[in-house]
Design a protein around this ligand. Structure first.
Ligand code: 7TS
Length: 409
């Protein structure tokens, strides 16, 4: 294995726990990842040693907290090769980052008759904000369709956009299928057409080396909690020229420069988009998560995921009656394996697996339209991260066999 997984596992206290008397096998990483001791320690260190509000205090604690918060921003910028820390805006999660763009850029720029281009594999977070915007403006939403192996049907890439397509938005990696989308190629086409391009990177940034400048996207959104960081922190990367032009999202403290009874002017980037006291502790601990991933190396994180996904696809395909979704080549997909097994309901699979200590997700994965396209009510989904082992895949397979036998009786 590329990563020293046994060594990595020692950093994750939760992996020592048992569920129903069985060792925990955590395979629900696409929903949220577990946290290493280094991240938990960063939270405790902040609260025990320098808890203070930021960007306003003249005292020592406030200065230390401000420095740590802004240092985390710089780490995030470097992690995705953003041109500057100012192009990194902290939000609550991916969902809020996408809503920010839909509400600010979208409301100012999308007009009646315009088109928003999405795909058939959207998470609801990259669907609802655009549907609402389209309804408000009298714009339309078009969806790129899927091939038989659930990749995007991009044969007519040069004809994908037309003059009315104002923005295209899509996942870097599908959370339900695992499919990795060719965002670089699509970004180039969008640019040629004068269409903005937003990447929903919720399943990209945690699992692949990401370079937003090489991708050539205008926006890239992701969540700390899916990449070893705490809940409550999301990131919106935006091309600085665009962010400069955009109106603020929320109004209040921090995002202003000068306020009178008559009106206000806005703070510089990135603070223009960070109204109110931000999630200081969790942003700082997110910095520790980035350090952890940097230390592992994202190329190695990716390689480990290819190895374990490859193994999972091979083992699972040996089960009679299994149907798997997404491209068969592990290099074309992230560490997500969605499947149905015989006529078992995904929720029944999830419940029985839980009693074997195996945590997976079952259901529509917040992609209801996609499930309709696949013709299923839902799937069972195992999703991997840096601490998962081939032995855990074996436990999953054995537990699935036991599930089948359980329902046969
Ligand atoms: N986009 C994608 C592709 C996602 O997978 C998710 C979360 C989101 C957006 C939203 O992220 P949030 O942090 O704002 O909630 N996906 C999942 C999942 O697959 N299971 O639980 C959450």
């Amino acid at each position: 294995m590329t990563l020293d997984v046994q060594r990595i596992r020692e950093d994750f206290p939760i992996l020592e726990r048992q569920v129903y008397g069985k060792p925990l096998v955590y395979l629900d990483n696409a929903a949220t990842s577990q946290k290493p001791r280094q991240v938990i320690d960063a939270l405790v260190d902040y609260y025990e040693n320098y808890n203070a509000n930021i960007h306003r205090a003249v005292h020592c604690l406030g200065e230390e907290a401000t420095a740590a918060y802004e240092e985390a921003r710089a780490k995030v910028a470097k992690f995705i090769n953003a041109p500057s820390p100012e192009s990194i805006i902290f939000t609550r999660n991916t969902t809020e980052a996408i809503n920010l763009v839909a509400y600010t850029w979208g409301r100012a720029n999308v007009r009646e008759g315009d088109e928003i281009l999405l795909t058939q594999m959207e998470h609801h977070s990259n669907l609802i904000p655009w549907q609402r915007l389209a309804a408000e403006k009298g714009a339309s939403v078009r969806y790129i369709e899927l091939t038989d192996s659930q990749t995007l049907a991009l044969d007519g890439l040069e004809n994908l956009f037309d003059a009315r397509t104002r923005i295209a938005a899509m996942p870097h990696v599908s959370n339900s299928l695992g499919t990795i989308n060719p965002v670089e190629k699509i970004a180039a086409e969008a640019r040629r057409n004068g269409t903005l391009f937003l990447v929903d990177g919720a399943q990209g940034a945690p699992h692949l080396p990401v370079d937003v400048q090489a991708i050539g996207c205008d926006f890239y959104a992701f969540s700390a909690h899916k990449m070893l960081g705490p809940t409550g922190v999301g990131v919106l990367y935006g091309r600085p020229e665009l962010l400069e032009e955009m109106e603020p999202f929320l109004g209040g403290g921090e995002m202003i420069r000068k306020v009178t009874y008559e009106g206000a002017t806005w703070n510089d980037l990135p603070w223009k988009f960070e109204a109110g006291t931000p999630n200081i502790a969790d942003v700082i601990a997110f910095g520790a998560a980035i350090d952890y991933l940097d230390h592992l190396g994202m190329e190695n994180v990716r390689e480990h995921e290819v190895e374990i996904t490859d193994y999972a696809l091979t083992r699972l395909s040996q089960l009679e009656g299994i149907v798997m979704y997404g491209p068969p080549d592990p290099r074309e997909r992230g560490g997500v394996v969605s499947f149905n097994f015989g006529d078992l309901h995904p929720h029944d699979i999830g419940t029985v697996l839980d009693h074997h200590g195996v945590a997976i997700r079952a259901g529509h994965h917040c992609t209801q339209p996609l499930m309709r396209t696949l013709g299923v009510s839902g799937t069972a989904r195992a999703s991997f991260y840096v601490y998962n082992t081939p032995e855990e895949v074996d436990v999953l397979v054995e537990a699935l066999e036991a599930t089948r036998d359980f329902f046969k009786r």
